[in-house]
Design a protein around this ligand. Structure first.
Ligand code: ZN
Length: 412
């Protein structure tokens, strides 16, 4: 066995160190007793780990009085330098730059989220459909250089980059999966390739998970311990929050709700020969019912020209019955798939992001109704369904949050 493998003493120490850092980040300025309660670790173990992390310059511990008692309160030392987020879509790339210290989430005393991280610079560019890894990274690197030159903060080196891709990323091999949405990237170790091109540590996650991280840090998921973030765009994916932590699964690819097979209310065999073939090879996946491509595809023949989601939503608000019907049906399909997931995971909140979130109640109300209809009654009770707070910037902000974790040493 590897000396630092998961079950080894060194692996266990590392896992405990991360649990302590996570607990401090989640609570802001907890006491050592609070960390022990949150992690389940023995007070002596917490005390040892805190001492080591203070020596390493990662935490500060001060004696303070709370509730009339002297206690040791612990804080994360804000990292120096800059971090960047890069969000790749299959036809665009967005780059954002922030101070690493600003990425440490600061929730208010009542648990409400603080304002989103202040970005020092933000850049957008179009990419060719089906672009290759090298083209994509070259464009992103040029944008990043330009952003770094524009902020010109002396002595503030780039400490890390978080990168989002609209594809599953295997945490064991680093390889980008699933042909179809980013064909030029499949099989590539994206973090390794980006790190060698940019010359700094890079962490990669899929964009739904990054939306989850951003909404947890600065948006609609702050302080919610069990939740689902849904990304409804060209691709349909989810990020799961279980017991306060993003859940990546065995290989880092958890949350692919777009490939759950669903039917419609008209009957017919679910996933049968009449269902649309999905890019994953199955038939009748949620994504074939509820992606932006499907929504515009149902309406374009009626209107005789290409449409955007923003136009569909505008028409629906103006009373255009077919647009309203298509958005409502889309919400219904998503709610049906979510109903099963809610029965299994019993989340407190479902946050809907991605391009289709701009439909608001036109999509969210039918989604909620279908969720309630298809979930186990007790599991659906009280589940809130809300739109994401960070809108189109959620994924690049999540990439910045991921880079912040890298700079803090909480990941990587
Ligand atoms: Zn599929």
């Amino acid at each position: 066995m590897n000396a630092a493998g998961p079950g080894s003493p060194a692996g266990l120490r590392e896992a405990n160190r991360r649990r302590v850092l996570d607990a401090v980040l989640a609570a802001g300025e907890p006491t050592q007793a609070g960390i022990a309660a949150a992690t389940g670790l023995a007070p002596a173990t917490v005390s040892n780990i805190v001492r080591q992390l203070v020596v390493a310059g990662r935490l500060t511990a001060t004696t303070t009085v709370r509730g009339g008692r002297r206690v040791r309160a612990v804080r994360v030392v804000a990292p120096a330098g800059l971090v960047a987020g890069i969000d790749f879509g299959h036809r665009h790339v967005r780059v954002a730059l922030a101070r690493a210290a600003d990425t440490v989430p600061r929730s208010a005393a009542d648990g409400s989220p603080g304002p989103p991280v202040t970005l020092l610079a933000e850049r957008d560019a179009a990419l060719a459909d089906g672009h290759g890894v090298d083209d994509g990274l070259e464009t992103a690197a040029a944008m990043l250089d330009e952003a770094l030159a524009a902020v010109d903060l002396e002595g503030s080196g780039l400490r890390g980059v978080g990168m989002g891709l609209p594809a599953p990323v295997d945490a064991r091999s680093g390889a980008v999966g699933e042909p179809g949405i980013l064909p030029g990237w499949v099989g590539v170790d994206a973090a390794e390739r980006a790190s060698s091109r940019l010359g700094v540590p890079v962490a990669v996650d899929n964009d739904a998970l990054l939306g989850t991280l951003a909404e947890q840090a600065w948006g609609a998921l702050a302080g919610v311990r069990d939740a689902i973030y849904l990304k409804l765009s060209d691709g349909v994916g989810a990020g799961l929050v279980l017991d306060g932590r993003p859940y990546r699964g065995r290989a880092g690819t958890a949350g692919e709700i777009g490939h759950v097979v669903v039917g419609d209310d008209a009957g017919g065999p679910i996933g049968g020969a009449g269902s649309t073939v999905c890019r994953c090879g199955n038939r009748g996946c949620l994504e074939t019912w509820a992606s932006t491509t499907t929504v515009v595809g149902l309406l374009e023949p009626l209107l005789g020209r290409p449409l955007t989601i923003a136009e569909v939503v505008e028409r629906a608000h103006g009373g255009h019955a077919p647009s309203r019907r298509v958005l409502a049906d889309t919400g219904g399909h998503v709610g049906r798939a979510l109903g099963g997931l809610c029965s299994v995971l019993t989340p407190a909140r479902v946050v809907v992001g991605g391009e289709l979130a701009q439909a608001g109640a036109l999509l969210l109300d039918p989604l909620h109704a279908a969720l309630v209809r298809w979930a186990l009654p007790g599991a659906a009770e009280g589940v809130e369904v809300v739109a994401a707070r960070l809108g189109a910037r959620a994924h690049v902000l999540g990439a910045v949050a991921l880079a912040g974790e890298l700079a803090l040493g909480a990941r990587g």
